[in-house]
Design a protein around this ligand. Structure first.
Ligand code: GDP
Length: 221
């Protein structure tokens, strides 16, 4: 049976990816975001939720996203170009930021502006820790974000830290608390890599990208 472009051969992504993943830049406001038209996937969640680990696991890198956790960059939007076909955008902990009121308002405005006004944003991943259910901040973020009409995928991180039966209950409860369909919340573990391919499939579908094609710049003349 013919494979649809998004049904990836099991070995393809883990073994065959990546070709190119590069940190592009950090931006403190929307006007500083890279001037490309590549489709973008944003990732947000509380600090320590496993955002860098997810980015690294998706890209088969060890320390790719360490740059996001370096002092000075944790409050910026960090852009990574993937396979010259899309951008992953690591967002600072929107809604979870600590700091002076003015600082928190300013980050909030930047991130809201990005989530609302960036035309190339195709998908936002909201990460929550499998061991704790979404709280007021995540619910408020999702309620606000839903009004933008833009697609969002929930990712339950550190899935290996709860039992299989508990995980399924938590996945469903998380979806309910985030006003999402259960199929839009994927459990992920960086240890077992469970969930990785499902997240990739959602990303590729949202971006309309097939990573099996070589980057345009490398295609045979
Ligand atoms: P960030 O602050 O959101 O970027 O979080 P990190 O990616 O730095 O992860 C925070 C901590 O959680 C680190 O010690 C990671 O090793 C750990 N962690 C992240 N993802 C997983 C996972 O899927 N399973 C387990 N067991 N630990 C994880």
């Amino acid at each position: 049976m013919a494979r649809s472009p998004l049904e990836l051969p099991p070995a393809f992504l883990p073994e065959g990816f990546p070709g190119h993943v590069d940190f592009v830049k950090s931006a403190s406001k929307l006007a500083e975001a890279p001037a490309t038209s590549l489709p973008e996937v944003a990732m947000c969640g509380r600090s320590n939720v496993g955002k860098s680990t997810l980015l690294n696991t998706l890209c088969n890198r060890r320390q790719l996203a360490r740059v996001s956790n370096t002092p000075g960059r944790t409050r910026l939007l960090n852009f990574f170009e993937v396979q010259r076909a899309m951008m992953f955008v690591d967002l600072p902990g929107f809604g979870f930021a600590r700091g002076s009121l003015a600082e928190v308002q300013s980050w909030g405005e930047t991130i809201q502006a990005y989530l609302l006004d960036r035309p190339q944003l195709k998908l936002t991943l909201l990460l929550t820790d499998a061991r704790r259910l979404p709280e007021k901040e995540e619910q408020e973020l999702l309620l606000w974000f839903r009004q933008t009409g833009r697609p969002c995928l929930g990712v339950l991180t550190k899935a290996d830290k709860v039992s299989k039966s508990d995980l399924e209950l938590r996945r469903r409860k998380t979806a309910e608390l985030l006003f999402m369909h259960p199929s839009d919340v994927i459990a992920f573990s960086s240890l077992s890599r469970d969930g990785r391919d499902a997240i990739w499939r959602t990303i590729l579908a949202a971006c309309g990208v097939d990573l099996r094609s070589p980057p345009a710049s490398e295609a045979a003349p």
